[in-house]
Ligand binder design. Structure first.
Ligand code: S3P
Length: 178
């Protein structure tokens, strides 16, 4: 899909705090695409917040809803799809994301991610009684998955405009992992 200038959508992946929503919003505006966030789709479809879903139905149900949200986008075009940080865990999600368009990993190191996540309480996997060690372990486990993206863009010390520019050039150049 990547390298084909006829791509339909752009998919953003990365850990919590990677900037998927912020970059996604600006990227969508720059490309005249529409931003869709899989977390928002789930909230709309289920009529409850992410912490509520985790608390009442568990993470497994949330992961199912995440796959359903991706599947619901199958015939779309002109979207920037910002995904939840854990979407990379299910192999079937990769098939669905690849159908959508080039997959871009927004990469940042833990100190930056930690600062961006901050004291946010609406991320069940990075708040409450989760220790920093547990969250770092989650990040470490996911790194090899994120690195399967078509394009890897480092976001450390870059403006949103610079990140968008790299994404655009990377996609134009056929991705090659960044
Ligand atoms: C999660 C990340 C969140 C959200 C949910 C689970 C994760 O999205 O999907 O809390 O497993 O990393 P963001 O990455 O947008 O914070």
């Amino acid at each position: 899909m990547c390298g084909n200038s006829d791509f339909r959508n752009i998919v953003l992946i990365g850990f919590m705090g990677a900037g998927k929503s912020t970059v996604g919003r600006a990227l969508a505006a720059a490309a005249s695409f529409r931003l869709v966030d899989t977390d928002d789709l789930i909230i709309q479809n289920r009529g409850r917040s992410i912490p509520q879903i985790f608390a009442e139905e568990g993470e497994k149900a949330f992961r199912r809803y995440e796959t359903e949200a991706l599947r619901s986008l199958a015939d779309t075009r002109g979207l920037v799809v910002a995904t939840g940080g854990g979407i990379v865990g299910r192999p079937e999600n990769w098939d669905l994301m690849r159908l959508l368009g080039p997959i871009v990993y927004l990469r940042a190191g833990w100190p930056t991610l930690r600062a961006r996540i901050g004291a946010c309480t609406n991320r069940p996997l990075a708040s409450g009684d989760r220790s920093e060690e547990e969250v770092v372990a989650l990040l470490q486990n996911r790194l090899p998955l994120y690195e399967q993206a078509d394009l890897i863009v480092d976001t450390e010390n870059k403006t949103v405009a610079e990140v968008i520019d790299e994404i655009r050039r990377g996609i134009e150049n056929g991705c090659e992992h960044g």
